[in-house]
Design a protein around this ligand. Structure first.
Ligand code: NDP
Length: 323
């Protein structure tokens, strides 16, 4: 496993990171979740990403239990704040001082840890003054409850404004967590160039387009049993827009490119996002330990330029650059 620096910080994270959206506390049983976490640790993954909102707090609890007893110094634990957990009162959403201060304590309790390594604003809050949000994050860091601060899905102008205020408040935003895959290339236009200037890395979610880029969904055929597309607890709904025959046919056409490089399609998809030097980590999900063993082999892979060009040509306008 290779480790990359997060933004302009001294924090190293595993370039393949395990995330537990839709799986822990939901699609998979707790014993399978624990097996996945242990498979990740065995494979050299040290960085784990969750959010308070995943499975209404249950994903943090499951991850906390699965990591209990591990040497804390050998782990980087990331979580997020913004969305309401459980019933939503007027102050349960967004990035107010109240929601951030309450949110961090609830997350630490569920995760069974005294601090998280990275605390992330899950979205930008257009209603709370940015000054209030940044001051609250500065206090969270000063209290030792989070070591670093990141954001998720912030556009370039908000990254600029947030970084300026953060530096005035004595810390830096080290990361942004956007969607990024060979099928979703939106950040390449503005977010990545701005982040390079600002010392912010991307930790990218759904690098495998929720499993679609693994090639297991075939055009005109039913989704394989046990896959996200058959998960009626929420997964089936989130993946639905990707399951159209044109897109699935183009994805199948990536197979010869993967074969030529000696890679599985899943590994090609993960390696693809890691070719971007502003990406600190591919945030990969897994519903089974065997997937993790397969996925980590994408680490350290160099995809030649001609193969990168072939991938772009093959996916054509199925790859979204401007939603
Ligand atoms: P991926 O694109 O990596 O999809 C993961 C899913 O694909 C797995 O759960 C599994 O689903 C399937 N899969 C994984 N490996 C393989 C394999 N080798 N072969 C075949 N299928 C495979 O990412 P996710 O969509 O899960 O997102 C990853 C993480 O990103 C989340 O856990 C979360 O931490 C973060 N995230 C952040 C968001 C944000 O707003 N900041 C939003 C969404 C996610 P199955 O087996 O069920 O088919």
């Amino acid at each position: 496993m290779d480790y990359r620096y997060l933004g302009h910080s001294g924090l190293k994270i595993s370039e393949i990171t395990y995330g537990n959206w839709l799986t822990h506390g939901s699609q998979v049983e707790n014993d399978v979740a624990t097996e996945c976490v242990h498979a990740a640790l065995d494979a050299g993954i040290t960085t784990f990403d969750t959010a308070d909102v995943y499975a209404n707090g249950a994903a943090e609890e499951v991850l906390g239990k699965a990591l209990a007893g591990q040497r804390r110094e050998s782990l980087e634990i990331f979580t997020k704040v913004y969305f309401p957990v459980g019933p939503a009162g007027p102050n349960d959403t967004g990035l107010s001082r109240k929601h951030i201060m309450e949110g961090i304590d609830n997350s630490l309790r569920r995760l069974q840890t005294d601090y998280v390594d990275l605390y992330q604003a899950h979205r930008f809050d257009v209603e709370t003054p940015l000054e209030e949000t940044i001051a609250a994050f500065a206090d969270v860091v000063r209290a030792g409850k989070a070591l670093y601060i990141g954001v998720s899905e912030w556009p370039a102008d908000k990254l600029r404004a947030g970084q300026e205020l953060a530096r005035q408040a004595g810390f830096s935003i080290v990361s942004n967590q956007p969607q990024y895959s060979a099928l979703w290339r939106v950040i390449e236009g503005e977010v990545v160039p701005a982040s390079r200037e600002l010392g912010i890395s991307q930790i990218v979610w759904s690098p495998m387009a929720q499993g679609v880029l693994s090639g297991k969904y075939l055009p005109g055929q039913a989704a394989p049993a046990g896959s996200r597309a058959t998960d009626d607890k929420g997964g089936a709904k989130t993946i639905k827009s990707l399951l159209n025959d044109d897109l699935l046919t183009r994805v199948q056409n990536l197979k010869p490119i993967a074969d030529e490089l000696g890679l599985k399609m899943s590994q090609l998809a993960i390696a693809w996002v890691l070719q971007n030097d502003n990406v600190a980590a591919a945030l990969v999900g897994a519903s089974r330990p065997e997937q993790i063993a397969e996925n980590v082999q994408a680490g350290g892979v160099k995809i030649p330029d001609d193969a990168m060009a072939k991938i772009s040509d093959t996916l054509g306008d199925s790859a979204v650059t401007d939603p």
